[in-house]
Design a protein around this ligand. Structure first.
Ligand SMILES: [Zn+2]
Length: 160
């Protein structure tokens, strides 16, 4: 089965649920719940969740961590034949990392009106002037991915 046919929605949802499990690991330690995985064939070769507060590192986004791990697994900076699943639309930094690592397929859950650079504010993943473009599917488990974030921020506001 081709991993990136839009009609394979059940499969995309399966992987997105695993990205959501990563996001829940972030939430469990008080981080904004965003999770990502890199899939190659039937195998997860990279996982990551947001660790910005824990590591005091503005670059510790879920996608960056998952991409780094995937490159280590493949022993290659080019993530050919891989699909990156992430619960939230990539920011400019992560979209840049996706272009740099030549990830061919990106699937994301919910859009990010404040930083989304995979179609919302701009589309760095499909910029014709870049030397690499990715296929993008958005809105996979959109409501669940969005609810995770809104619930997190609602609880945060209650605490304050
Ligand atoms: Zn990012």
């Amino acid at each position: 089965m081709q991993p990136f046919e839009p009609q394979n929605m059940k499969q995309h949802e399966h992987w997105m649920r695993i990205a959501m499990e990563e996001a829940k690991k972030a939430e469990a330690i008080g981080e904004v719940p965003i999770g990502a995985i890199v899939v190659r064939g039937d195998e997860i070769i990279g996982r990551g969740y947001n660790l910005r507060e824990t590591t005091l590192d503005s670059t510790a986004h879920a996608e960056m961590i998952a991409i780094r791990q995937a490159s280590e697994a493949l022993q290659a900076w080019r993530l050919l034949d891989c699909t990156l699943y992430v619960t939230l639309e990539p920011c400019p930094m992560c979209a840049g990392a996706i272009v740099q690592s030549r990830v061919p397929h990106v699937v994301y859950g919910t859009t990010d009106p404040k930083a989304g650079c995979a179609g919302t504010l701009m589309n760095l993943l499909q910029e014709p002037r870049f030397n690499h473009r990715a296929d993008v599917i958005d809105g996979v488990l959109r409501d669940e991915c969005a609810a995770m974030l809104t619930q997190f921020f609602r609880r945060l506001r209650k605490k304050e």
